[in-house]
Design a protein. Sequence first.
Length: 433
Amino acid sequence: MKRKVETNYGITLIALVITIIVLLILAGVTIATLTGENGILTKATKSKEDTVIGREKEEIVVAQNGAKTDNLGQIVTAEEFNDQFTANGTKATASGSNPIKVTFTETNHVYEVNEQEEIQGPIVNVASQIKVGDYVNYVPNGLDTQYTTNYDLVTIPNQTMHVQTDLKWRVLSIEADGKLTLISDTPTSETLELGGIDAYNEGQTICDKMSEYLYSYGDAIKARNLKLSDVKKTFTEQTINIIENSTNKEGIKYGETKEYFSNLNFPARLINEKYPVVDGAPSDWEDDHEKEAGIDYSRFRVEQAESSLIIPQTAIQLKEINESHFKNKIYYDMFIHSPEANWNYFLASRCIDLGTSYATYGLQRFIIGMITSTATYASNQTDLDRAYISTEAALRPVVQVENYYQVDTSTYENGRDENGVWQLEFELINHPA
């Protein structure tokens, strides 16, 4: 009797594993061939880039030759380059001299042309890679390590703050021409106490002066305190609409005016601003910076209307601020960080909050994740030295860098250190002796 032998034609588990491994190796080799440093796609991209660079250099040479023909062989200036670019339809601009910098608008490639007519580039514009929220190695070089207020009329006179050397700095904004605005990554650890009528008259100046004195860099790079206007630039249109349509606890809308016939005291600084209508006549308003120097607030701390006073609601209150209120969530991190952080700092921005029978005056500030007004003086007060509310808060220094910097690529190839902090070299213009 013959026995039937069954034959299994399937594959074993070991063979399957080996097959998968071989396929993975082949896939890896294929991917490397396509996308690796010497891969087909990489070479194709580089070839395309080289073609663009070659075309741009040729356009520079054509413009240079055309200009030399017109100026009879003289050294070509940036203006003459631009004339040729316009005539040839080349989307590039030239600037400077020896070397002349030529920037192509579509690729952002930058080339240099020296007096020997040699073309170098494209030069990597590392500074253009700096983004909002990035950290920068800014180190203040202010007038001194401490500053004492010389205003005797604030709640606590002659307050002293010291430069905080452990503050880190982040990019708050970048303009098209490369100008940077930096902001300290946290509020200052030391605080300032403001109250009374002089918190409105002088509070903004004190915040700005302290920041300028401690956190500037020579005469070229000036520091100041963060303002409400800085913050509003980062809000979405929807957030701005919320603010503009908001009302205070008395139901008065932001920007609306109210006329008072009693409790007519108001800070003298208000005369320096656009809006009060005193006894039926608008204030003699001039440019704030021009008129500010001509008023001695130590003598004229308060004004009083005789019959009526019309003033607007300028204080804003924005509660429960979250990332959606900003154009970029990085702003939320910079201004608030988190509600748990409990940041409390002044904004160098005066504000008026209108009530039913009297108005209050003070500064705006950030506190516990919201923007609110700090009422330090009320118009029904007769004792100017008594604060309606005395408020203690930190400062938030902001630095206007302008164009006095360059990225250090000699020490740091990509312009950043191992922690990702941009290494900038700032041009120091010393204070005059």
